[in-house]
Design a protein around this ligand. Structure first.
Ligand code: BG6
Length: 513
């Protein structure tokens, strides 16, 4: 579909969304439909969109998977999953209609005939349900399944949009395990789908508060003049989880926290914090600015990695007073595993705006609290007044989750006859300010893909640039196989003390969540 016809789909009556194309009727084919992602996230997200009246009624979901199952069995399973994982309670009357828009297609991913019959099914659905030949293929499968699926989609002519309709593919992470594999994956994807058809999902970008970073920075005039090396001392980004590996050892053992969270989610958040203002909100203009940030990240020399990156793994401990096992004793984890479940990094962006402003990131599993936040620490006011009392710096905290919101720490005079200065907080909470629940990240992202808006999806060059940064660290770790630097931390603590030392060396400390 060309830009002009997408413009025609803009519905000016949709509150606050005048620049957004309206999602179009389409078939959503989910590969790996019997898996965890479809159960926990995708179908509940589609249901919630339907319940909120956001989903065009013709949208039809086709679960593509290997197991034998009837449409009715699949619908029942999806209903059960949605009742369990949906953000809002399932309303019977909505499910009744929504459930009828779900179908099941049984096939092996490598079986050519399964795709021929899928093509026929999709044509029939177009006629009966008005999906207009639009197809959204969702790859909720491990990357080693991509190649056969792509090959056969192409073989069945499903990768190409017909006149007046579109075909798009959403690819789930992990998008490669290093630069070489990401490039190879991109090559494989592009044998069937062009970059404009490819939507690489990073669900952090779909989080309301991540999107709000652009609004905070560029719709308010007061922050941007201060948003640079003259006024900012440093930035911290923390993504903490109380959860452990949760039965995902098969994937996690080969990934670790650096690949699982930093390469994608945390670097994406950093891009939003650090990018220049785009010329407009077009997908490519925003992504052009983001890719410049990743490109400007100072690459470590191999011998600098140990100084700037701390790798940790949880040992046994307790979360909320309950004992939990060490990572190495979790199911399917190698008892000598060197996988990182925690990483802390000190990095720099080598550009004019961020010169000499350290960025500290930490991410970990089995930490005492779950929460993701970004804090921007401003330089301290000069100490000349107020009897040279040492004051704390102003900190702008963006809470990505939970309790989404923004707070600003300032100094205030304590009431009383003396001049005592204490920090106070100005706090904005999404929940109470808007009185409206935020959609789940997957809801927003699915809708955007149906509307042809790729702004919140990672572009090929972003992903590849991110890997060039990560590869240096992974390679340095791998090269030190015999004397690896892996620090253990008790589950339920804030990671190894080396992570605190990383900041202490610079005279700073992690913000308490
Ligand atoms: C996923 C990672 O991408 O993000 C998981 O693979 C992690 O390991 C999850 O738990 C965190 O996402 P959220 O939205 O729960 O913060």
């Amino acid at each position: 579909m060309n830009r002009a016809s997408e413009q025609e789909n803009v519905n000016p009556l949709r509150e606050g969304l005048s620049t957004r194309a309206v999602p179009q009727p389409c078939s959503v084919v989910i590969f790996g439909a019997t898996g965890d992602l479809a159960h926990r996230k995708l179908i509940p997200a589609l249901y919630n969109l339907a319940a909120d009246g956001e989903l065009p009624p013709a949208v039809t979901v086709i679960g593509f998977a290997r197991r034998e199952k009837s449409d009715d069995e699949f619908r029942r399973e999806m209903e059960e999953a949605t009742r369990k994982f949906s953000r809002q309670p399932v309303r019977d009357e909505i499910w009744k209609t929504f459930g009828q828009s779900i179908f099941y297609h049984q096939s092996d991913f490598g079986d050519e005939s399964g795709y021929k019959s899928l093509a026929a099914k999709l044509d029939k659905i177009d006629q009966e349900r008005g999906t207009r030949g639009n197809r959204l293929f969702y790859f909720a499968v491990a990357p080693d399944q991509f190649e056969p699926i792509l090959k056969h989609l192409k073989g069945a002519g499903l990768n190409e949009a017909r006149e007046g309709s579109w075909a798009r593919v959403i690819v789930e992470k992990p998008f490669g395990t290093d630069l070489a594999s990401a490039r190879e994956l991109n090559r494989v994807v592009h044998t069937s789908f062009a970059e404009e058809q490819t939507y690489r999902i990073d669900h952090f970008l779909g989080k309301e508060t991540a999107q709000n970073i652009l609004v905070l920075r560029f719709a308010n005039a007061i922050f941007e003049p201060l948003w640079n090396t003259r006024y900012i001392d440093h930035v911290q980004i923390t993504a903490a989880e109380t959860l452990g590996v949760e039965g995902r050892a098969g994937y996690y053992e080969g990934a670790g926290a650096l690949r699982d969270m930093v390469q994608n989610h945390l670097l994406q958040l950093l891009c939003l914090i650090a990018m220049e203002a785009p010329t407009d909100l077009g997908a490519d203009n925003i992504r052009d600015e983001k890719v410049k940030v990743v490109g400007s990240l100072r690459r470590f020399a191999p011998n600098e990695v140990a100084n700037s990156v701390v790798r940790g793994q949880y040992a046994e401990g307790a979360i909320n007073g309950k004992p939990v096992p060490a990572y190495r004793t979790e199911k399917n984890v190698n008892p000598n595993s060197m996988t990182d479940t925690f990483v802390a990094l000190r990095l720099n962006i080598d550009n004019w705006r961020w010169w000499d402003v350290p960025i500290y990131m930490r991410v970990g599993k089995r930490l005492p609290k779950s929460g993701t936040e970004i804090s921007v620490h401003f330089k301290k006011a000069p100490l000349v007044l107020f009897n040279k009392q040492s004051t704390e710096e102003n900190v702008l905290v963006i809470r990505i989750q939970p309790d989404e919101g923004i707070s600003l720490r300032m100094q205030a005079k304590m009431p009383g006859t003396s001049f005592r200065i204490e920090p106070v907080k100005m706090d904005f909470h999404y929940g109470t300010s808007f009185g409206k629940a935020s959609p789940e990240a997957y809801e927003r992202l699915l809708l955007d893909a149906m509307s042809g808006d790729a702004t919140l999806f990672a572009r090929r060059d972003e992903v590849e640039q991110a890997w060039t940064f990560i590869d240096v660290i992974e390679n340095a770790w791998a090269a030190k196989k015999d004397a690896p630097e892996l620090f253990f931390y008790p589950a339920g603590s804030w990671g190894p003390e080396e992570a605190d030392n990383l900041l202490a060396r610079d005279g700073r400390a992690w913000r308490r969540l």
